[in-house]
Design a binder for this molecule. Structure first.
Ligand code: PLP
Length: 407
């Protein structure tokens, strides 16, 4: 009989957001007259920037005429988008990235999930805790871990992000091969300084390791001097892959477009010690398993780099950061400490109590949904994540209800 990939059985039975939905649905069924405000899942709420909508319409018209119709495009993305990315997201900020080092995709979730395929089964992993769960679960599926015991998989070096280190872990004392970093961070909202990232680049160089740098929230960085890209750090091209997404930059969560940067000089070895181009391996994988992002969507993404697009996406991210500021101030006024919200759309609240208990308290007394920190890893216990992705009126109503419930 056909057998399953048994590594899947090591995964925690349910997904965090499914657990949350179950509790929320139970509450709603019992209290149908009490409207819930969701500050839990990190999905955007505001519509697409007008310039992206105009680009979508124009590209759709092109698809309607024989002379301008497009079939399959290049799997790696159209040159117009790859060139705009290299120029505006990197070269303009002093970081060296070439257009042919950019691989356009339909989302960073897929990219951060799929990238591990090109590395050996016995690759030693360093993964933050708390964490965006995709980094862990995809490696569990691939068989790179043992079983989960007390919230930790055997075989992973966990990078603990706690109040003690300002939620930015330093490189570990042990050698690892593949390091997942995410700044601005989901779930904590923490950002890493240039010096902190330089320490990671030095660690990766020393250990011939590769850093997977998830910059899905880079558009929220406002503090001067905080790097938006790992390639702003000298030497990072030799040791790092970067993931970026249009989801939180321009509201593309439903439209789907992202990209991954793999420098052409990035090398990894085979069992015999011979070096191979990681760019070439990923190009092989990407062209074999992916058939490109649709032309209208890539046109909409490229519109982000026009002067109007830059202004409109800045206004969009400023709007969510305005929500984040209100949330942070309200949390602090209630006497709780928190991080995030300055350069990220998430506020990580140190609740001083069990995170699911605090979740239930907010749900039952304030009808507000947050995300319990324990769902992001062992170090998330005692915390909740509050998301700034919502309308201003929902945020202010939710904060007033939270204040009333906790006072
Ligand atoms: N990386 C992080 C850290 C995220 O939080 C998310 C989405 O929430 C993603 C990647 C996925 O982004 P995309 O919408 O491009 O798949």
């Amino acid at each position: 009989m056909i057998r399953i990939n048994e590594h899947f059985t090591k995964l925690k039975a349910s997904y965090l957001f499914a657990d949350i939905a179950k509790r929320v649905n139970t509450y709603v069924a019992a209290h149908p007259d009490q409207p819930i405000i969701r500050l839990g899942i990190g999905d955007v709420t505001e519509p697409l920037p007008p310039i992206c909508i105009a680009a979508l319409h124009a590209a759709t018209e092109e698809m309607a005429a024989r002379a301008t119709f497009k079939g399959y495009g290049p799997e790696q993305g159209y040159a117009f988008l790859r060139e705009a990315v290299a120029q505006h997201d990197f070269k303009a900020h002093g970081a060296h990235v070439e257009a042919d080092e950019v691989f356009v995709s339909d989302g960073s979730k897929c990219d951060v999930a799929n990238i591990q395929e090109i590395f050996a089964a016995d690759t030693r992993l360093a993964i933050p805790d708390p964490v965006y769960p995709v980094y862990v679960d995809t490696n569990v599926m691939a068989g790179r871990t043992g079983v989960n015991d007390d919230g930790r998989y055997a075989g992973i070096t966990y990078l603990e992000s706690t109040a003690a280190n300002g939620y930015v872990p330093a490189p570990p004392a042990v050698a690892t091969d593949l390091i997942y970093l995410c700044f601005p961070n989901n779930p904590t909202g923490a950002v890493a300084t240039r010096a902190q990232l330089a320490a990671w680049v030095a660690y990766a160089k020393k250990n011939h390791a590769i850093i997977l740098f998830d910059a899905a929230y880079e558009a929220y960085v406002r503090t001067p001097g905080i790097p938006r890209s790992i390639y702003e750090i000298e030497g990072a091209r030799d040791v790092a892959i970067e993931f970026r997404s249009f989801s939180k930059l321009a509201g593309f969560t439903g439209l789907r477009c992202a990209y991954t940067v793999i420098p052409k000089n990035l090398q990894a070895r085979d069992a015999a010690g011979q070096e191979h181009s990681v760019h070439a391996l990923w190009n092989r994988r990407h062209t074999t398993k992916f058939n490109g992002v649709s032309y209208p969507v890539q046109k909409a993404a490229a519109a982000v780099y026009s002067p109007e697009g830059q202004a409109q996406t800045k206004a969009l991210t400023d709007f969510y950061l305005g929500n984040a500021k209100l949330i942070r101030e309200a949390v602090q006024q209630l006497g709780m400490t928190c991080i995030g919200g300055d350069d990220a759309p998430y506020i990580w609240v140190n609740t001083g109590r069990d995170s699911w208990e605090f979740f239930d308290l907010l749900l039952n007394k304030a009808q507000v949904v947050c995300t319990p920190g324990a769902g992001f890893g062992k170090c998330g216990e005692g915390h909740v994540r509050i998301s700034a992705f919502n309308s201003r009126s929902n945020v202010t109503t939710a904060l007033a209800r939270i204040a009333a419930a906790l006072r």
